[in-house]
Design a binder for this molecule. Structure first.
Ligand SMILES: Cc1ncc(COP(=O)(O)O)c(C=O)c1O
Length: 381
């Protein structure tokens, strides 16, 4: 349905609620100004209604969370059914069948599809946790504490994820408390070249950029302390920055050469948000990579998951990494309430909705109707 505006925006009820929120919520959470925000009341399909009865067209699909649209019937039913059957479980003690199905499907969808054997999943509560699970695995697998991350990269606000986030706005207030295991290199952004080139055409400055990047990265990796390379295949909050084509394959090859895990954070880009199932598919030939994260395609609270190729998860603290093994791990933002390493596995209803979301997304993609419609690559706030 087309938008229908009944009041000024934000409407009077939104304004009243904004004043109340300012009074009762920490001011560091919701941005409030005289013209913002609009308080939402409900949503369906591509439409959102605010508390003043105005109807909007959502061009962001909730930062890509609701890429199947709001309240798709099968997901609502799966959620309600599960809530009526079993709302809370101690999933790491008494798991559900849905958990098995979801983990198996994630493995089939990734490592098995890439002929790399089964993958193993950790279903987590947020993108930060998925990233942190990947970092922990890299450390356990390689025994090396260092992480190579990129300027402009965003990986979440938990202390671990913040440590590898290359955005001063988020890091600076807490820099005194952050650990020092991350080293940041410039993300190759052809529109704002970090190496000082002025040509906006990637081909024109390729050798300079690639060489500078290669030398910097090799010098860092040669020191032998880097156990993980963490990167967004397309930087989201960094400004929708698409790197040049050589970037990810080069990281893949350097990670393999120096025995580091290559972690792709696809929380922002995963599952069709860039037109491919994963953004990295655009550049990597096949399944040679790494770390994934995603938002569930439905709007039910849908926490993420992390998973790794089996051989990496087996390599615990007592199993030294083989330095020559190519690094492969991945994290998938998905649904279900499991934590790691001390999981409570709380909400089967989340698993049920995530499972249904996946089914719908996948069927839609397989039916040749193209990728599920994300209403737009809305830039996260
Ligand atoms: C690329 C990326 N990684 C990690 C995160 C953190 O996810 P969460 O906010 O669920 O912790 C985000 C959130 O926007 C993100 O865009």
């Amino acid at each position: 349905m087309l938008p229908e505006l009944l009041t000024s925006i934000p409407g009077p009820r939104s304004k009243t609620l904004a004043a109340e929120l300012r009074a009762h919520e920490s001011r560091n959470v919701t941005y409030v100004s005289p013209g913002f925000p609009v308080f939402w009341d409900r949503a369906h399909g591509v439409n959102v209604w605010d508390v003043d009865g105005n109807r909007f067209l959502d061009l962001t699909s909730g930062f890509g969370v609701a890429s199947l649209g709001y309240t798709p019937e099968p997901i609502v039913h799966a959620t309600l059914d599960q809530a009526a059957r079993l709302y809370h479980a101690m999933g790491d003690v008494h798991p559900t069948a849905e958990k098995v199905a979801l983990c198996r499907k994630l493995s089939q969808l990734t490592f098995e599809k890439w002929d790399l054997g089964p993958g193993k999943a950790i279903l987590t509560n947020s993108g930060s946790e998925a990233v942190e699970a990947a970092l922990k695995t890299a450390f356990l697998a390689t025994k090396r504490r260092g992480v190579l991350a990129f300027t402009g990269g965003y990986h979440g606000l938990g202390y671990g994820a913040l440590t590898v986030t290359g955005r001063s706005m988020f890091r600076d207030p807490f820099s005194a408390q952050l650990a020092d295991f991350a080293t940041f290199l410039p993300f190759p952004d052809c529109q704002h070249c970090p190496f000082g080139a002025t040509a906006r055409e990637p081909a024109a400055c390729l050798p300079e950029c690639l060489n500078t990047f290669l030398v910097q990265t090799e010098n860092l990796l040669r020191k032998g302390d880097i156990g993980a390379i963490l990167v967004e295949p397309v930087q989201g909050r960094g400004g929708e920055v698409v790197p040049p084509g050589w970037f990810l394959p080069l990281l893949r090859s350097l990670a393999s050469q120096f025995g580091a895990l290559l972690i792709f954070d696809e929380i922002y880009t995963g599952f069709h948000r860039t037109g491919r199932r994963f953004a990295c598919d655009r550049w990597m030939s096949g399944p040679t990579s790494s770390a994934w994260a995603r938002r569930s395609p439905a709007d039910f609270p849908s926490p993420p998951a992390w998973a790794a190729k089996k051989s990496w998860t087996r390599r615990g603290p007592n199993r030294p990494a083989k330095r020559s093994t190519p690094a492969r791990s991945w994290a998938i933002r998905w649904g279900a309430g499991w934590r790691w390493p001390h999981s409570r596995c709380s909400k089967p209803s989340r698993g049920a909705s995530a499972w249904k979301s996946w089914e719908l997304t996948w069927r839609k993609a397989c039916a040749g109707s193209g990728p599920p419609q994300s209403a737009g690559a809305g830039r996260a706030a």
